[in-house]
Design a binder for this molecule. Sequence first.
Ligand SMILES: [Zn+2]
Length: 441
Amino acid sequence: MSHDILVKRQVGHRARLVLSPAHVSTLDGQAHAARALWNMLHEWWTMVGENRRVDLRDADAAIRRARKDMDFLAVLPAQAAQAVLKTYFRAWRNCWAGRADEPTFKSRIRSVMSVDVPQGQHLNIVRVHRRWGMANLPKIGRVRFRWTKDLPVGKRANAENRITGARLIKDALGWHIAFRVQTLEAEPEAHTGPEVGVDVGVTVPLALSDGNHQGHGRPARTEDGTADRDKWLNAKEKTKLLRLERRAAQRKQHRKPGERTSHRLHRTYDQIRGLRARSTRRHQDWQHKTTTALAQQYGTVVVEALTITNMTRSAKGTVEEPGANVAQKSGLNRAIAQEAWGRTVTMLAYKLAWRGGTLVRVPAPGTSQRCSECGFTTPGNREDQATFVCKKEGCGFEANADDNAALNILHLYRIGHVVEVPAAGRAVVRRARRVKPTTER
Ligand SMILES: [Zn+2]
């Protein structure tokens, strides 16, 4: 083989767990404890964080004490408690670096139930059948999971190829295990496919500069022009969702102050969550198929450098200076968030990297107002959401607004206006195979 460069890759793999009702309630308890711990940490941080530099060890000691003093925290395995601490501080680092909003309290209803198993070797994974694997969960024991992908375990595992940890996640379908898999593979040859500009379209989900648009046949907007957050559900499911949401609102309204949420209301919430989860699965399935197809066909994919957090923030504005056109902008934000553009870009980045391709980001401003034919830029060029007509005398270029924007995105890359070339994952370039590589982390 001609490749002598190996690349370290981190990928995730999600599998469904088979649990007894007793195991489910144990895991539920762990997840509630993890959330409670997060909230305690947040309260503590809000209290002390402003005034003095907090040492991570202080928090660590506080957790140890809390686990001893509070029964409900003791159900959480020590490693999982440490992971909550790490995740919490990582959330702040992401916030300080401008990558995310400030961490907040996690509500019982809205937050995802999850428990970390940070150490891969504790899982002790074994394949027991063509379709089943077994793993160790702390304070639970051996459990079965669906074996749908060859994982580097047993003889196939080594320092480079192994499972480094996992997170247990509960969704509407029950508890899952999401493995973190580390592999070391030969770097792929450079992708020789063409370049393409991709825009989040108004009329199509992904507009491509060569006209090869990627749609999913579901209109992004309802008839009154607002973003349709439930477009992945069919008409029957939408009607059901609406009915459930009305019912939940009514029950909530008739609840007396201080009264506990009824079982019936909890059940309605569960049904709503189930429908939303179905919608998300369909969307992600489409994203995976689409990004795989793009990464196979194109060597270079150019996208706008949009940061969704910033856009949401700018729409809301601050208390002193409320954002202009709040309704309009937040509608757009919702639509973008809905399309989960960030997730699409992440998928594109790693799928391209696997095939030797590249994802490039270019600065966003003006791509919707610039004429891709003559370069003339004015807000008036964009006649409405879907139509672009150049206002420069003698040009008059007419196009679908999405086509035009995608062409501009590609143009920006070609003239060298590149924001960054993000590395997908943690690519560690190493020596040739025959030389025994030293592990660096
Ligand atoms: Zn023009």
